[in-house]
Ligand binder design. Structure first.
Ligand code: AMP
Length: 175
């Protein structure tokens, strides 16, 4: 197992890519961090930190899968993917929500979470909070209890934290 990194070192492993995927957006690319095993391990530990007594970790497509799956293993919880529309087989629940431009739909498999299960939601970036709030809504639709949301980084100017005020949420880094 690799040595962990000081959390302050993580920020320099996140690459800012201007005008991606469209003009005016600064994309926060976590690929260099994922490629560094010590940094990746530090992030997984940090995201799992608040995960006591969690039955399921829901990772949001797609970087939430990469971060959420090791968090689930570390906490002894199951992993459940929240996917974009049309990707999951069988019966699903879905919710439409607003993006900065346009709309998106997220889905969970109907049997993925049992009533009363304690759920931690994981994603890489908290921006406006629309994606995370929609995921929390899906979990609750299935009868799950959202006990926390963990993000690698939060873009504070977009005030996603306010949107999630009803929930315990934490971000390892703030921009
Ligand atoms: P939001 O619903 O506005 O909070 O957007 C969060 C979702 O969009 C997350 O799944 C992120 O992966 C992605 N996202 C939003 N803004 C960015 C950004 N500037 N850089 C990287 N990913 C982003």
């Amino acid at each position: 197992m690799s040595a962990t990194r000081d959390p302050h070192d993580l920020a320099r492993l996140i690459r800012d890519v201007p005008d991606f995927p469209e003009p005016g957006i600064v994309f926060r690319d976590v690929a260099p961090l994922l490629a560094d095993p010590a940094a990746f391990e530090t992030v997984v530990e940090g995201l799992a930190g608040s995960a006591d007594g969690v039955d399921a970790v829901v990772g949001i497509e797609s970087r939430g899968f990469i971060l959420g799956a090791p968090v689930a293993l570390r906490t002894g919880a199951g992993f459940v993917p929240a996917r974009k529309a049309g990707k999951l087989p069988g019966e699903t629940v879905s919710v439409a929500f607003a993006l900065e431009y346009g709309e998106a739909v997220l889905e969970l498999q109907a049997g993925a979470i049992a009533a009363g299960q304690r759920v931690l939601i994981v994603d890489d970036v908290l921006a406006t909070g629309g994606t995370a709030a929609a995921t929390a809504q899906l979990v609750e639709q299935l009868g799950g209890e959202v006990v926390g949301l963990s993000f690698l980084l939060e873009l504070t100017a977009l005030r996603g934290g306010e949107r999630l005020a009803a929930y315990r949420h934490r971000s390892l880094l703030s921009y």
